[in-house]
Design a protein around this ligand. Structure first.
Ligand SMILES: Nc1ncnc2c1ncn2[C@@H]1O[C@H](COP(=O)(O)OP(=O)(O)OP(=O)(O)O)[C@@H](O)[C@H]1O
Ligand SMILES: [Mg+2]
Length: 156
């Protein structure tokens, strides 16, 4: 599916709808967030984390690689692999320990093979003064999720 996000508020609303469409128990879901610098990956992640009940700042995980949130619907791990350049660094992340939560991953291409374990891929592209969001399901439940969300954003 794809959706037009005219401004930041639209990105935030999209993240809220996205969260509402996920199952009550978020554990085990992996969402890849793609797009150029400043495309809105962190804006989306921040809005989703806040909509899930986090009250407070959502710092960028660029330096820490992962920022964990313990929330009523389960853990959310906001991950940013932008600075990761080799497999050694990825090992520090302790990927398997993050299995119990929902993983929101910015710059997922830095981790080869991650797409095979992921459920959803959200690409944000610059378009005019806003953004185009393209969402793809990568797993069976991811595909079902996209159909469900598409009914709320029926453009394509
Ligand atoms: N739909 C939209 N239309 C226009 N501007 C938007 C939209 N959504 C978010 N923005 C703005 O674009 C910027 C996105 O910054 P953000 O940090 O979220 O990007 P990012 O993709 O995480 O970048 P990075 O690759 O550096 O991590 C913010 O200034 C935000 O206000
Ligand atoms: Mg970011």
């Amino acid at each position: 599916m794809n959706a037009w996000l005219a401004d930041e508020a639209a990105t935030i609303a999209f993240a809220r709808n996205f969260l509402d469409t996920l199952p009550a128990d978020l554990s085990g879901w992996t969402v890849l967030l793609k797009g150029e610098l400043g495309a809105g990956k962190s804006t989306f992640a921040r809005a989703l984390i806040k909509a899930a009940g986090h009250d407070g700042p959502v710092p960028s995980p660029t330096y820490t690689l992962v920022e964990p949130y313990s929330l009523p619907r389960g853990n959310i791990y906001h991950i940013d692999l932008y600075r990761v350049s080799d497999e050694e660094e990825l090992r520090y992340l302790g990927w398997t320990e993050l299995d119990d939560g929902c993983r929101l991953v910015e710059w997922p291409d830095r981790a080869p093979g991650l797409a095979e374990q992921a459920d959803l891929e959200l690409c944000l592209e610059y378009e005019g003064s806003g953004r185009r969001a393209r969402l793809e399901g990568l797993s069976e439940r991811g595909l079902a999720f996209v159909s469900a969300l598409a009914s709320a954003y029926s453009e394509d």
